[in-house]
Design a protein around this ligand. Structure first.
Ligand code: URA
Length: 223
């Protein structure tokens, strides 16, 4: 035992601990590239997606809704698909549901530009119908790339479509089965919760939503 203590003291004396801490820090920084680099990678991906015609939604969209926010966000929200306003303006979650999401973030004194907001599918399904499995499958390639670039610590899935897709759950898995739980997907904490559009119709879900948001913000070390 004494020999072990002596050896540890020796390592400390020669600065081993400092070297180890430095290497750990460098490893983390390596995993998270600089803001500029991340922004450039996202811009490159965006250019590719703006031209996308891989599924039928390309024929009816006004704008592709790529996503927006902090390219190095610790927290990423993933919704279902753009609605009317989002399609018109090419920005995610800016309609009534989006305004509610912003309001909840502001409750925790978090501005939208500190997080990243994206959707499972980047083009509006006609008349806001549900995205079809083949559309989700085709578009998932882009979302995976976005996640790979941003490297969030936490993903909050807004609603059943986002939750099922990210967690690879069977079709028809109800959001009530998964909401508020923490999942770990490749080292990223995934938290399913209600879609803000659901909260517009069911105010009783608001306190659970707030709880899920608080959990996500804490794990993302934003509060
Ligand atoms: N609903 C979504 O799921 N995404 C949006 O961008 C807007 C509304």
């Amino acid at each position: 035992m004494d020999k072990i203590k002596q050896f540890i003291n020796f390592l400390n004396e020669i600065g081993y601990e400092e070297i180890r801490v430095k290497m750990e820090k460098e490893k983390i920084q390596e995993q998270k590239p600089s803001y500029k680099k991340t922004e450039t990678l996202l811009e490159k991906l965006k250019k590719e997606i703006l031209k996308c015609e891989k599924c039928r939604l390309a024929a009816t969209r006004t704008n592709v809704v790529f996503g927006e926010g902090n390219p190095k966000a610790n927290l990423m929200f993933i919704g279902e698909a753009p609605g009317e306003q989002e399609d018109l303006q090419g920005r995610p979650f800016i309609g009534r549901a989006g305004q509610l999401l912003t309001k909840f973030l502001n409750l925790f004194e978090i501005e939208r530009d500190r997080v990243y907001i994206a959707n499972i599918v980047k083009c509006r399904p006609p008349k806001n119908r549900n995205p079809q499995p083949d559309e989700i499958k085709t578009c998932f390639y882009y979302l995976e790339k976005q996640i790979e670039i941003i490297k969030p610590k936490v993903i909050i899935c807004l609603g059943a479509f986002a939750s099922r897709t990210i967690l690879n759950l069977p079709e028809k898995t109800a959001i009530s089965k998964t909401r508020g739980k923490e999942f770990n997907i490749n080292g990223v904490t995934v938290i399913p919760t209600f879609h803000p559009a659901y909260l517009l119709r069911n105010r009783r879900g608001e306190s659970d939503f707030q709880k899920d948001l608080e959990l996500g913000l804490k794990i993302a070390e934003m509060i």
